[in-house]
Each structure stands twice: as structure tokens, then as C-alpha cells.
Design a binder for this molecule. Structure first.
Ligand code: FAD
Ligand code: SIN
Length: 516
């Protein structure tokens, strides 16, 4: 058994930031980070556009950033949370810079500020089109210098250990030795990221299987707003690629425009902000255009832009397109909407506390109230930084060494039998992705949701049976977690629809159809 003062599950921006702050302030306390892949693998690493932070107060203001966030959230944000997060932004950005993160600077010597959908001003601080990579590698390098942080990569958290509604740590699978370990902790923090892999088309990497949310749900924590899934309008469309590469919204902020196959610029028909309307509106408009035309994708036209300036700002996007024989100087980029972000998750208060004592959550797995029905672009790295700091401030005042004796493994039913056929699990996973994409996508209706609910419950029982008969593995747990999270998304979509009277405007992320 491993005892630690703080157990952090996940090594994206949220988990790493909290770990580093704890270790810097309390050299006599121990922090364990458990992460299921290489330490840097995360949604964070792939973030492109940047972090929304008010910089230039002569042109921008906290008030405007707050207003933009509230408008985007469709009346469902918690205003006090929005105010808190936006006003904390500059301090958290400065901290990142102190740790060594570098952001692009304009000719006047100030930070270069990009623009994305839903923002009334340029306020997105970025490192070319690889902002997430810069942040992840900077914080990780600092974490690796701290002798009191133990980083367990390729360790998969299976379940939380709870007693009387209090979290005592977690059961963790060492993926290399297949040993199941008990981590006993005073405080446990879930920073496990998003759920993208539930969908056939997503911008998220393979780690995004909703594990933290499923674990918290099994432990009885309150989970909310799961129906608010954000679809990014411009994921690269390529018939041979299953993984979906993102074409940052900052490209539209730079002047690119969306066109149908025959060249019509359609966004002005849907919203006065045109190509820079908020993400939900652009995704829904693309979906409508594709339904009308029967085309497989729409196009992002960059041909009128200064190609060398484009290459300077978006080198990764430029190169990736070129590899696929798309030359942005003369070719339109084929794009489609893809699952991108989860606005809901494990409910937390402003200190990041969940409904279970000693259990906290931050980053994409948490539902803080910042995003409402739809997240404003580049507000999620900001949210992760602010909530990691809030949890740090709160725990810095809380007592430690109060850990209670935890269960031993023998008290918990794990199976060391034979492994399930991996092909079978992969097949089930892809059926789940097809179902979610088709029935629980941008536009949802009653019939499709009820069908999905029924199918997911059948799969849930099937996997429970498999779990009893076969060896506990990461693959089975991921599938079990994805199904459980799928059920939460479907059930909360149905519930939202039933309570709809005035809650969700037609422009909300959960677009409703006539049959709804
Ligand atoms: P993540 O960075 O996803 O980290 C989660 C961690 O948890 C990973 O280390 C993972 O391995 C680990 N984990 C998960 N389950 C387990 C388990 N069972 N056991 C152990 N470890 C586990 N946001 C912005 O604000 N600006 C942007 O420009 C932007 N661009 C984006 C571009 C792309 C392509 C994507 C996918 C997202 C983008 N986002 C952006 C969203 C943003 O990147 C994420 O919301 C944010 O990085 C989430 O950080 P996190 O720390 O909560 O989770
Ligand atoms: C992007 O660069 O388009 C993604 C920004 C975000 O998800 O906030």
C-alpha cells in the first residue's frame, strides 16, 4: 500500500498545476500523480488556439470577457463563477510564464492576442498553434524537478476507495506489471479530462474515456450537465483518417471563412457574427448545410490569406495539411464538426470540492458552472489553471495526516483470471462510438435517445458479466466507463428535454428537433 498526502489522478494541465503548487509550498508533504499513459499524454498537449485572458485593458475588459462567456453559455452559466475565473486569469497566466512557458509576442512587445468564435475582442494568448504542448511540457518539466512528487505513469486508476461518503484513496492498476495497488491518501483529486472517445469523430486523443467521471459516479458523487457536449466545427475531414485533427478556430479568427462545396459562404445566413459565431451555432449550421446538400463536409477557405503569415502562426496545421496534399494557398481545407469538449461533469463548488468528502475535481472532468450549455473558446485551459489554484488554496489550510485505514485488496473483488479477447472489446467500443455519434450527436431526438439508452444498458450488463469472469484490465474498465458515461449523457439529455420549458434556447449546445 502506498500512502500519500495528496493523490492526483491525471497529468494534464489541471493535475500537474495542482501537484506543482502543493510541492512548492509544502516540501514536507507528499504528492502522488497517477496517470494512465505517458506523463504528457492528455487533451492539454493538443490544445491549439490558446488561453483566453484579458490583457489589453485599453481595448478589452473583464466585463467584456464575462459577458462573452455568459452569452456563449446560453443563460446557464453560474455568474459568480464566471466573474471569479475571468478575473483570476492574468495571475494564473503570469504564473505559467514564471514557470517558463513562452507565448507569442507582437511587434509592439506585448503578448500577441488571437481571436476565436464568441469573443468580442482579441484576447487569446497563444504559442503558435501548439499552446497546449508548450504548457504541458513546461509544467511537467517543473514537476519532474520536485523530489516530493512521485509520478506513476502507465498506472490506471480503477476505482475510488470510499467509506461513509468520504474518499480514502484509489485502487490503481500498474499497466506494466498488472499488479493492482492501493493508494491511500488524505485528499484525492480527479483531473482525468474529457470523454471524446465515446464518439466516432472527436478531436480528443485515446486517453479521453471519461474514467474520472465514471469512477466518481460509482462512488455516488453528483454529476451534472452531461448533456452539454461541445462539437468543434472544424475538424479536418479525411476519409482515411479515424483520428480527427483539429483546425483551430483561431484560423477563422485570422480571416479564414467557411464555404459549401459550391463556394457559398453560409455562416452570415445563420448569425450576424458570421464565421466567428460561437461554436455551437457554427457546428449546428454546418450540420444543417450538410443535411441540405448531402455533402460529406464543408470547406475552410484560407486561399486569400497571407500564406507566409499563416505558416508563421499555424505551422503545425500548415504542415499537417501539406502532408495530406492540401496546400492552403490554393486548396480549401475539408472540415466537419467533431466532438471536442464536455461542459458538464463532476459537480464541484468554488474550492473544487465534490459532494464526497476529501474528493476534489478540476479541469475538464469537473462541472464548475463556468461554461453553462456551451464553453467559450479557450476558456478551458483557463478554468483548469484557476481551479487547480482554488483547490491548492483550500487544501493549504486543511489538516493532513488524518488518513484512515483503507481496505486491503482482499476486501475488494478483483479478478486475476484470463484476459478478454481484445478484438471483442475493440468491436464493442466501435459500436458504442457509432451509436453515440448517430443517436447522441449535435441534434438529438426522443426516439434516438431512448434507443441509445436501451442499447447502452444492454452493453452495461454484458460488460458486467465479462468483468466477473475475466481479468481486471484497463481495456475492460475503459469500456465500462465509456458505457456508464454514455448513459449519463443520454439520461441527462432526456431529463433536460423533459424540463425544457424555458431552460434551453434553440441555440444551446443541445439543439432540439421538432420531435423533441
Ligand atoms: P487532460 O489534459 O485531458 O488530462 C487528463 C489526464 O488524466 C491525462 O493525463 C490522462 O492520461 C489521465 N487519466 C484519465 N483517466 C485516467 C485513469 N483512469 N487513470 C489514470 N490517469 C487517467 N482548450 C483551451 O482552453 N484552449 C485551446 O486552444 C484548446 N484547444 C484544444 C484542442 C484540442 C485538439 C483538444 C482535444 C482540446 C482543446 N482544448 C482547448 C481543451 C483543453 O485542452 C482541455 O479541456 C484541457 O486541456 C483539459 O485539461 P485536463 O487537465 O482537465 O485534462
Ligand atoms: C481551437 O483552437 O479551436 C480550440 C480552442 C478551444 O477548444 O478552446
Amino acid at each position: 500500500m502506498i500512502h500519500t498526502d495528496y493523490l492526483i489522478i491525471g497529468s494534464g494541465v489541471a493535475g500537474l498545476t495542482l501537484a506543482l503548487k502543493m510541492a512548492e509550498r509544502f516540501p514536507d508533504r507528499t504528492v502522488a500523480i497517477v496517470t494512465k499513459s505517458t506523463a504528457d499524454e492528455s487533451n492539454t498537449k493538443y490544445a491549439q488556439g490558446g488561453i483566453a485572458v484579458v490583457q489589453n485593458e485599453s481595448d478589452d475588459s473583464f466585463k467584456k470577457h464575462i459577458e462573452d462567456t455568459l452569452i456563449c453559455g446560453d443563460g446557464l452559466c453560474d455568474t459568480s463563477v464566471v466573474e471569479m475565473v475571468v478575473t483570476e486569469g492574468p495571475k494564473r497566466l503570469q504564473e505559467l510564464i514564471t514557470w517558463g512557458a513562452q507565448f507569442d509576442v507582437a511587434a509592439d512587445g506585448h503578448l500577441d492576442l488571437g481571436r476565436e468564435g464568441g469573443h468580442s475582442k482579441n484576447r487569446v494568448v497563444h504559442h503558435k498553434d501548439q499552446t497546449g504542448y508548450e504548457i504541458e511540457s513546461t509544467i511537467l518539466a517543473q514537476v519532474r524537478k520536485m523530489s516530493t512528487i512521485a509520478l506513476y505513469d502507465f498506472h490506471f486508476a480503477l476505482n475510488l476507495i470510499t467509506r461513509d461518503d468520504k474518499c480514502l484513496g484509489a485502487f490503481v492498476l500498474n499497466e506494466q506489471t498488472h499488479e493492482i495497488m492501493v493508494f491511500a491518501s488524505d485528499y484525492t483529486i480527479l483531473a482525468t479530462g474529457g470523454i471524446g472517445k465515446l464518439y466516432g469523430h472527436t478531436t480528443n486523443p485515446a486517453i479521453a474515456t471519461g474514467d474520472g467521471i465514471a469512477m466518481a459516479n460509482r462512488a455516488g458523487a453528483v454529476i451534472t450537465d452531461m448533456e452539454f457536449i461541445q462539437f468543434h466545427p472544424t475538424a479536418l475531414y479525411h476519409k482515411d483518417l479515424s483520428a480527427t485533427f483539429l483546425i483551430s478556430e483561431a484560423v477563422r479568427g485570422f480571416g479564414a471563412c467557411l464555404r459549401t462545396k459550391v463556394g457559398r459562404q453560409f455562416m452570415p445566413d445563420y448569425d450576424t457574427r458570421g464565421d466567428l459565431a460561437s461554436r455551437d451555432i457554427v457546428s449546428q449550421s454546418i450540420e444543417k448545410e450538410l443535411k441540405k446538400s448531402g455533402d460529406a463536409c464543408v470547406y475552410l477557405d484560407c486561399t486569400h490569406l497571407n500564406a507566409s503569415a499563416f505558416q508563421e502562426h499555424f505551422p503545425m496545421i500548415y504542415e499537417n495539411c501539406k502532408l495530406l496534399n492540401i496546400h492552403i494557398e490554393k486548396d480549401w481545407i475539408p472540415v466537419i464538426p467533431a466532438q471536442h469538449y464536455l461542459c458538464g461533469g463532476i459537480s464541484v463548488d468554488q474550492h473544487g470540492q465534490t459532494s464526497i468528502a476529501n474528493l476534489f475535481a478540476c479541469g475538464e472532468c469537473a462541472r464548475t458552472g463556468l461554461h453553462g450549455a456551451n464553453r467559450l473558446a479557450s476558456n478551458s485551459l483557463l478554468e483548469a489553471l484557476v481551479y487547480a489554484d482554488n483547490i491548492f488554496q483550500f487544501l493549504a489550510k486543511a489538516t493532513i495526516n488524518q488518513a484512515e485505514p483503507v481496505q486491503t485488496l482482499s476486501e475488494w473483488k478483483y479478478n486475476y483470471g484470463s484476459l478478454i479477447d481484445p478484438e471483442f472489446l475493440l468491436k464493442m467500443k466501435s459500436e458504442l462510438q457509432v451509436l453515440m455519434q448517430k443517436n447522441v450527436g449535435i441534434v438529438r431526438n426522443d426516439t434516438a435517445l431512448f434507443q441509445a439508452q436501451m442499447q447502452l444498458k444492454i452493453w452495461q450488463n454484458q460488460v458486467a458479466g465479462l468483468e466477473r469472469r475475466h481479468r481486471t484490465s484497463k481495456e475492460v474498465y475503459e469500456l465500462k466507463n465509456m458505457i456508464a458515461v454514455g448513459i449519463l449523457v443520454v439520461e441527462q439529455s432526456i431529463k433536460r428535454k423533459e424540463n425544457k420549458g424555458g431552460f434551453v434556447k434553440e441555440s444551446g449546445s443541445l439543439q432540439t428537433t421538432n420531435s423533441y
